[in-house]
Design a protein around this ligand. Structure first.
Ligand SMILES: Cc1cc2nc3c(=O)[nH]c(=O)nc-3n(C[C@H](O)[C@H](O)[C@H](O)COP(=O)(O)O)c2cc1C
Ligand SMILES: C=C(O[C@@H]1CC(C(=O)O)=C[C@@H](OP(=O)(O)O)[C@H]1O)C(=O)O
Length: 388
């Protein structure tokens, strides 16, 4: 499985091509759009989301809602493009009229300056249009297809918000995916501890008034993933490393943990390793899941738990120091319309990229040509592992 995305934030549309999806997967288009809608939500978003209404169009690889096994092509329109028609026109020559809204004072923490240096763009708009997390809408659409594939194989996955700024709004034990989904649908922060919601709303409002921004921590749980995906036999076969790569590939992520992650480093081995257990009904399992479902870079059959730390949004309405690329004058960074925090949409994005990677390794470990054979192979494999 492989995918690529294209498209600028204020360009006409986002485009994605996903190859390697087995033939015969029945797609629920509404469920893809539900995921897109969830990514648009969340307290602390800027005004862009009032303009956009993300809906997927499928233009290849699917017939009568069933995948053909050929590459799937997708588009999501940028409604905001109509306000940027001339400025972002891919085919019209540059003129005095359309060469406006240039960005020359790079924002610390965004890709502006280094992207400009690398690609020789002195108008940083040429960088920010693509470095913008608008692109993550397409990753969510692709992830939604992968989530459906996983669901048909009995694997469920959810991403939620564990922490916003310094406020931890998690519960102290791992809940089943269905229970997490049930709890987070009741609040616009996707947190499990609803008692924290009002305080976090206030904190976000105050941060906005201060012209500042917030980050946070996202937690993703995937359950019923069969043991043995990935391998200890080589550094580049370890599947936990692939998940970390995918999570770090999401805009603004600065850290990834598997299971207890950094906290495990502060404990004794006896507090961290997950005791091995067995019974007739379940086969092999562990009494705890501190290692987040991984041993030796392989899934061990326990829930996969991935955490990702998101830095605060770089664009500040009370901007930090910057330097104009043309005049070299010390000034303040450009202000672009922005979110105060995007931790909620980011939780959907991380959920999506983890779903993509799990679907990816499953279709490479087993025969991913068609859903019928894949389903049969996974069923047999699960039985074999249980009886080991
Ligand atoms: C869903 C989402 C929304 C984001 N919204 C904004 C935003 O409104 N303004 C901003 O400056 N950065 C925003 N970011 C973060 C930037 O895209 C990101 O910091 C930038 O691309 C630089 O990349 P890096 O942080 O990975 O180094 C957002 C990130 C995500 C995941
Ligand atoms: C467009 C989205 O997020 C954008 C991500 C983003 C950034 O710099 O990453 C900057 C903002 O763009 P704009 O200035 O157009 O409002 C966000 O709104 C989206 O998530 O759909």
């Amino acid at each position: 499985m492989n995918f690529i995305t294209a498209g600028e934030s204020h360009g006409p549309q986002l485009t994605g091509i996903l190859e390697g999806v087995p033939a015969g997967l029945k797609l629920d288009i509404d469920a893809i759009n539900d995921q897109l809608a969830k990514r648009q939500g969340g307290y602390g978003r800027g005004n862009r989301q009032a303009i956009e209404h993300d809906v997927v169009q499928i233009t290849g690889g699917v017939r009568h809602k069933i995948t053909l096994g050929s590459p799937i092509s997708l588009t999501v329109m940028n409604r905001d493009h109509k306000h940027w028609n001339e400025i972002m026109d891919p085919t019209a020559e540059e003129t005095a009229e359309n060469s406006v809204r240039k960005v020359t004072r790079p924002r610390p923490g965004h890709a502006d300056l280094v992207g400009g240096m690398k690609y020789n763009h002195r108008d940083f708009r040429n960088v920010l249009e693509r470095s913008s997390a608008r692109e993550t809408a397409m990753r969510v659409a692709i992830g939604a297809i992968c989530k459906q594939l996983l669901e048909q194989l009995g694997i469920n996955i959810v991403g939620y918000v564990k922490q916003i700024g310094a406020v931890n709004a998690d519960v102290d034990h791992l809940l089943p995916v269905a229970e997490i989904e049930d709890k987070i649908k009741n609040n616009d922060l996707r947190v499990l501890n609803e008692d924290k919601v009002d305080a976090v709303h206030d904190m976000i409002d105050q941060t906005k008034r201060d012209g500042d921004t917030l980050g946070g921590i996202i937690k993703v749980v995937a359950e019923n993933v069969p043991a043995g995906l990935g391998s200890y036999t080589g550094w580049n076969k370890k599947f936990d490393a692939r998940l970390a790569f995918a999570a770090m590939g999401v805009n603004a992520m600065k850290g990834v943990e598997i299971g207890e992650g950094f906290a495990a480093a502060t404990k004794f081995g006896s507090q961290v390793m997950d005791p091995i257990d067995w019974n007739e009904e379940k086969g092999w399992f562990r009494d705890s899941d501190n290692l987040g479902g991984f041993e030796g870079g392989m899934t061990n059959g326990m829930p996969i738990v991935v955490q990702a730390a998101m830095k605060p949004i770089p664009t500040l309405y009370k901007p930090l120091k910057s330097v104009d690329v043309n005049t070299k004058e010390i000034s303040q960074a450009n202000i672009e319309r922005s979110d105060v925090t995007a931790i909620v949409p980011a939780s959907i994005v991380i959920e999506s990229v983890i779903a993509i990677e799990i679907a990816n390794i499953i279709t490479e470990t087993f025969d991913g040509s068609n859903m019928e054979r894949l389903t049969r192979q996974i069923k047999d494999y699960r039985q074999e592992i249980k009886e080991f």
